[in-house]
Ligand binder design. Sequence first.
Ligand SMILES: Nc1ncnc2c1ncn2[C@@H]1O[C@H](COP(=O)(O)OP(=O)(O)OP(=O)(O)O)[C@@H](O)[C@H]1O
Ligand SMILES: [Mg+2]
Length: 423
Amino acid sequence: MNYLKLKIFIYITNIYLHNKIFGKLAFESILKFKHIGGDFMSNIFDNLADRGSVFKDKQFLDHRFLPEHLPHRDEQITSIAKYWIEALNNVTPSDVTIYGKTGTGKTAAAKFAMNQLKEATSSKDVYIRTEYIRCTDYTTEYQVIAKLCQQMGRDVPYRGWTKAEVVNTFRDIFKKTAFGKNMILIVVLDEIDILLKNDGDGILYTLTRTDNVSILSISNYVDFKKFIKSRVMSSFRDREIVFPPYGAQQLVDILQERSDLSFINDSLENDVIPLCAAMAAKEEGDARYALDLLRTAGELADEKESNIVYGALVREAKDKIEHNKITDLIMTLPVQQQRVLEAILKLTMDKEEITSGKLYEMYEEVSKGDSVSYRRIFDFINELEMLGIISTNTISRGRGKGRTNIISLQCDNDILEHALYST
Ligand SMILES: Nc1ncnc2c1ncn2[C@@H]1O[C@H](COP(=O)(O)OP(=O)(O)OP(=O)(O)O)[C@@H](O)[C@H]1O
Ligand SMILES: [Mg+2]
């Protein structure tokens, strides 16, 4: 019996020692593994965050950032204010329309004026509301009015009601005066041309026929009024403000202010800002493009672990932006349009003169039986031309031979090839 007890004791001690020794070893090796594998086990973001950067705060180069000061837009902002000042005297301001090409500061100036008006209102005995609507997000009259109702505390669903129900709810807001005062509503309809093209001029009809509503419309196209019928035009007597493209020197001033906020001191070589400004001035004076160039050049400097941004990086940034823009555009085109582009690319590489007939033949070959009609190809050609990917040129073949459309690519073959074949 004693012998048995002794055996059990030895057995248990063995297990205990075994566990203790090998358990410790195993535990140590886990620790060791963690240590050896330190590069993997520590957080990857720590490593990336530790890398130096030319930026001190990139958000100031973001499109959505609204600067406190907008150089070279004083005149336009003052014009808006001259109309809106009426609201401070309890009079509904005239409707205003802002025109200008992309990146000319229309959205920024409108938002700036809205903020200024809010500030001015706080010390006055008036009830003014300003509401900003981006018509690329709210593309029908129903959606815009529903959004306005919701912003002003009415529970309106985004679908399901009739248009009349939504419009009546909207108009009710003005009947019931808040705190006994008349409310004046200023609605900023940014990119209004998209809404008008998509859903007609009903929105303007409704808003112009609601008391105490003033509209500030923003459009990239001077001819957006072609979408407005005369019955609406008669009550939409807007004042127009033009935003001209920025010149190179103006862009230098804009970039200078933004770069002081975003880059570490002395991290930009002297030619960087003038170069971004000159390139953007060529692109129709687009401040957004200028900011993109500057930000991308800074990102390239970080990628190359350079603590200085230099001119060559701006040129590289230009190619990168161009590349991404075209690639994004092409990758989101419908399949049949991509095939038309593929056919144009093949003919271009074969150095062929591209007539619509030749294009259709090549397109059929590319589509391998799944093709659309010859007539439909003309719509595609128009759309691709509007996007700036191709251009067409009508030439005369001489007497009695009629005229022919010659198509040519407007973007780099390599970029197109990459975009088409990487989808
Ligand atoms: N005068 C300026 N000062 C500082 N930044 C500016 C100025 N004008 C434009 N920007 C900046 O350039 C970018 C583009 O401006 P904005 O969005 O106002 O252009 P837009 O005319 O509305 O263009 P789009 O027609 O494409 O909508 C924004 O980041 C804006 O802050
Ligand atoms: Mg805008």
